[in-house]
Design a protein around this ligand. Structure first.
Ligand SMILES: NC(=O)c1ccc[n+]([C@@H]2O[C@H](COP(=O)([O-])OP(=O)(O)OC[C@H]3O[C@@H](n4cnc5c(N)ncnc54)[C@H](O)[C@@H]3O)[C@@H](O)[C@H]2O)c1
Ligand SMILES: [Zn+2]
Length: 386
């Protein structure tokens, strides 16, 4: 499959992205109103009837679990719903343990044909996917993401797991879903700051793989922020296709998948320096992309005009491009020495050297292990860290 391409299913008119991971390929189905047809889709991938357990969070459950349960019941699934408190603070072994015990104690009892359905953002998908990976040594998993970030990023790739006191996402397993069902209409209730978290990843995909997507995002910025469902469907399909292309080429993350870290070297350092929660992930990645582009322009990999294009798209989307755009950020999040230290200690750093994904022109990127401290300091200065 070519990067950035999806297909239209002629019968259902759904957009479909085929994720061609070895051994367990699956489809991501994208359509406005798909939630109401979830049972139907599940039947085509999993067979008629059986037992389904929906895992959702305390924000998403009250909004969408009933509609999902009704659709599953129509397809003859005996369905139960497990809910956990919304938020990253729930992505722990404790929540995992509690969900697992509820699952194992539920009636009718689960068996190897039981399907776990995640309904929620990235936190829900990671938790429910990890439950599915480990309950009875592996159950079928269906992901129904409800945030833009989960639609375009976390729902594709098969990474599941929870956080540890020692760091984020340190406990987990690869477990591919049997299908991913995306209904862009569910984004109507998503707070716009959360939409922006996903948009930063969309800009990232565009810069590393698809310059035309960057133009589309720029052209449609207003409709996207207004959550126009048809525009979102197109945006999501294109981004899922890019992420699917990357993960299919490199399921367990060696070199190619690392391109997805564009903007994340500085981004992760900003998040860690500020204390998690001081700035949104998308805000951190937006600033990280500006920093990376500064290095790329300095190396004459990227033209100044292209770097300015990226900056103007981020501004249109309401994402920060300078630390001063985040007036409430704690001072320690902007200290260059601290940021540098965090970057060289990051798990992706090699031999104390930060790894950077740099755009070589719009739509293409490569990994660089030789970025000097001086270049990083200049990049941090460019986003206003001093
Ligand atoms: N597995 C992966 O490959 C991967 C990739 C990227 C990120 N992640 C993980 O994803 C998580 C972040 O995901 P997220 O940003 O979706 O966070 P999230 O799941 O916490 O969702 C954000 C907030 O939005 C609420 N929400 C979700 N959908 C809603 C809707 N439709 N309407 C109203 N409210 C809604 C949630 O309840 C939550 O409060 C992190 O834990 C991150 O580590 C995983
Ligand atoms: Zn990210």
């Amino acid at each position: 499959m070519v990067n950035g391409q999806w297909q239209m299913d002629n019968e259902s008119m759904n957009r479909i992205v085929h994720v061609n991971v070895p051994q367990h390929p699956y489809d991501v189905v994208i359509d406005v109103g798909l939630l109401g047809r979830a049972g139907e889709v599940l039947r085509t991938v999993h067979g008629r009837g059986g037992r389904a357990v929906v895992i959702t969070d305390s924000n998403v459950g009250p909004l969408y679990a009933e509609a999902l349960a009704a659709s599953l019941a129509k397809a003859d699934y005996a369905c139960s719903i497990l809910t956990f408190p919304a938020g990253e603070a729930s992505k722990t072994l404790a929540t995992y343990g509690s969900l697992m015990e509820q699952l194992l104690a539920s009636t009718p009892p689960i068996d190897r044909r039981t399907v776990i359905v995640a309904l929620g953002g990235g936190v829900t998908g990671d938790l429910a996917g990890f439950v599915a990976a480990t309950a009875l040594r592996g159950l079928s998993f269906i992901n129904i993401p409800t945030t833009l970030l989960a639609d375009v990023d976390s729902s594709v790739g098969g990474k599941t797991g929870v956080d540890s006191a020692a760091g984020k996402n340190l406990i987990g397993a690869f477990h591919q879903p049997r299908a991913v069902l995306i209904d862009p209409a569910m984004l109507a209730t998503l707070p716009v700051e959360q939409v922006r978290n996903g948009l930063a990843e969309c800009v990232k995909h565009a810069v590393i793989r698809d310059a035309e997507l960057l133009e589309m995002i720029s052209r449609q910025a207003e409709a996207i922020l207004a959550k126009d469902a048809a525009v979102l469907a197109e945006l999501i399909a294109r981004n899922v296709a890019i992420k699917a292309g990357v993960v299919a080429a490199d399921e367990r993350e060696a070199s190619i998948r690392a391109d997805l870290n564009f903007g994340h070297t500085v981004g992760h350092a900003l998040e860690a320096a500020g204390g998690f929660g001081a700035l949104g992930h998308g805000q951190a990645v937006a600033l990280g992309m500006i920093a990376a582009n500064t290095i790329a322009v300095g190396r004459r990999l990227l033209s100044r005009a292209d770097s300015e294009t990226v900056e103007s798209v981020l501004r249109k989307l309401g994402l920060p491009v300078r630390l001063a755009d985040l007036p409430h950020l704690p001072a320690q999040a902007a200290e260059p020495a601290r940021l540098l230290d965090l970057m060289t200690r990051d798990k992706k750093a090699r031999a104390g050297r930060a790894r950077f994904v740099l755009a070589t022109h719009l739509g293409r990127a490569a990994i660089y292990d030789d970025v000097t401290e001086q270049e990083i300091r200049a990049a941090l200065a460019a986003i206003g860290a001093r």
